[in-house]
Design a protein around this ligand. Structure first.
Ligand SMILES: Nc1ncnc2c1ncn2[C@@H]1O[C@H](COP(=O)(O)OP(=O)(O)OP(=O)(O)O)[C@@H](O)[C@H]1O
Ligand SMILES: [Mg+2]
Length: 248
């Protein structure tokens, strides 16, 4: 089982969009039993999959000592893809986790699901704090969406430094240029140098439409350039997981 987390200290960089798409690809194209675990109170993951969640207050409860995540996991319309959706109880999750005092609680819960799932993909909240720290500790690979800006390479260096300081050994990072617009000179310039090797997800109206259609791009425009870029990213992640296992 592997935990794949899309992480960024910045908000609005496409974390939820990428997490949902990667989870869909993992299940539908990779035939991996995949759990999308929404840890953001905004509940965007269910929304993007076209699922309306009943109001309830149970999502944070799974972190308690006797919490049972499997009781809240639902199947989706996509074979192999399951969802543990968010609700308002997650507002109190940082407090619960701090009280619990177990820095690897999420990692332990994810491991407890390994009989049922091959991939667990949490949707990270935009704020840095106890929840994102737990996600980082649980992750086998961290996908880091970066805006195409001259400051992004620096932000990545700062992130590496912070991860080392706060987490010691941290999971391998896979930086991704997110919402890249080839027509913009500033974006092309930002992609020079070491960013040239990073996978690119274009700024795309089709990707934007996933939020209006409430369906993954693979269901309505599977052969588009945008879908192909997401496919390359998913394959790059699988290769990275495989390489790290081979080395480890
Ligand atoms: N490649 C893309 N091209 C165009 N629009 C995109 C792309 N990726 C994401 N978006 C749009 O950008 C907005 C923010 O995306 P998303 O909610 O996935 O970001 P986020 O990092 O999860 O945000 P938050 O930090 O609030 O959780 C959404 O409207 C989404 O549809
Ligand atoms: Mg989000």
């Amino acid at each position: 089982m592997a935990v794949i987390a899309v992480y960024s200290p910045k908000g609005g960089v496409g974390k939820t969009t990428l997490s949902v798409d990667l989870a869909w690809r993992s299940a539908m194209l990779g035939h991996q039993r995949t759990l999308l675990w929404d840890l953001d109170v905004q509940g965007g993951a269910a929304y993007l999959l076209g699922i309306d969640v009943e109001p309830r207050l149970r999502a944070a409860g799974v972190f308690q000592r006797d919490g049972r995540p499997e009781q809240l996991i639902e199947r989706t319309a996509f074979p192999g893809l399951s969802l543990l959706s968010a609700d308002d109880s997650l507002r109190a999750l940082p407090l619960h986790l701090a009280r619990l005092g177990q820095r690897r609680r999420l990692a332990v819960l994810a491991q407890s699901l390994q009989r049922d799932f091959d991939r667990v993909i949490p949707d990270c909240p935009p704020m840095q704090g106890e929840v994102s720290d737990q996600i980082i500790s649980a992750a086998d690979v961290l996908i880091v969406p970066l805006p195409a800006s001259p400051l992004a390479a620096r932000a990545l260096d700062l992130l590496r430094r912070d991860l080392l300081r706060c987490h010691g050994r941290h999971p391998p990072l896979l930086p991704v240029l997110s919402m890249y617009d080839v027509r913009r000179r500033a974006h092309r310039l930002a992609r020079e140098g070491r960013m040239a090797a990073f996978p690119v997800i274009p700024q795309s109206s089709l990707i934007e439409q996933t939020a209006f259609r409430r369906a993954p791009i693979g269901t309505f425009a599977p052969n588009s350039e945008a879908a192909q870029s997401l496919d390359r990213l998913w394959r790059a992640i699988e290769v990275k997981l495989w390489e790290d296992r081979a080395v480890g």
